[in-house]
Design a protein around this ligand. Structure first.
Ligand code: FMN
Length: 174
């Protein structure tokens, strides 16, 4: 079984419970890195051609507009030989209960028949939201496996605990 970790994440200014901070690597990217160390899979980052603003407030407005317009932001690049992977670990931040619109751009490009999709999200309180349901349409034909939700600020504050959570999910399906 060839595994690929595909994830979307945003660095720059983010909200960490009690404070706003600029970070060099987003929460989902960090989880994707932990996961890649655990399962040893290739990794691909979904990047949009026009990234959202570095400051949080503007980013929120831009991402909200994309959601309301059901936009499909253009991507910088695509993975090679995507057809060869049968297990896709799909990571994203929860944006208003669903995935960032660029993730939809990615999902709608491919045929998912017989692939297994393992969704993981970082969030600030609403877990996976309705993303598991939202995945079904663009990933028609795929088997959507148990998802993992990790609180974003914990990735930063308690990385060892998060690593254990990721391990339990990825290795034992817990
Ligand atoms: C545009 C936007 C919308 C968000 N909407 C939600 C939400 O509806 N529920 C939630 O729990 N967190 C929400 N968050 C918080 C992010 O899911 C959380 O900070 C996540 O860890 C960010 O991941 P990243 O650092 O990989 O980009 C939102 C963040 C942004 C920037």
């Amino acid at each position: 079984m060839a595994k690929l970790i595909v994830y979307y994440s945003r660095a720059d200014e983010n909200y960490f419970g009690d404070s706003m901070r600029y970070v060099e690597e987003g929460n989902t990217a960090k989880v994707a890195r932990m996961l890649s160390e655990i399962i040893g899979a290739d990794t691909f980052e979904i990047k949009q051609k026009t990234p959202y603003a570095k400051d949080y407030e503007t980013c929120i407005k831009e991402a909200m507009a994309d959601l309301q317009n059901n936009a499909r932001p253009e991507l910088v690049e695509w993975p090679e030989n995507f057809e060869d992977y049968d297990e896709i670990y799909l990571g994203f931040p929860n944006y208003w209960g669903t995935m960032p619109m660029a993730v939809y751009t990615f999902l709608e490009k491919y045929t998912w028949l017989r692939k297994r999709v393992y969704p993981f999200a970082t969030h600030q309180g609403s877990g996976l939201g309705h993303s598991l349901k939202d995945l079904r349409k663009p990933c028609r034909g795929a088997m959507i496996m148990k998802g993992l939700a990790v609180k974003g600020e914990n990735v930063d504050k308690f990385p060892e605990n998060v690593k254990l959570e990721v391990e339990r999910w990825a290795l034992y399906g817990e």
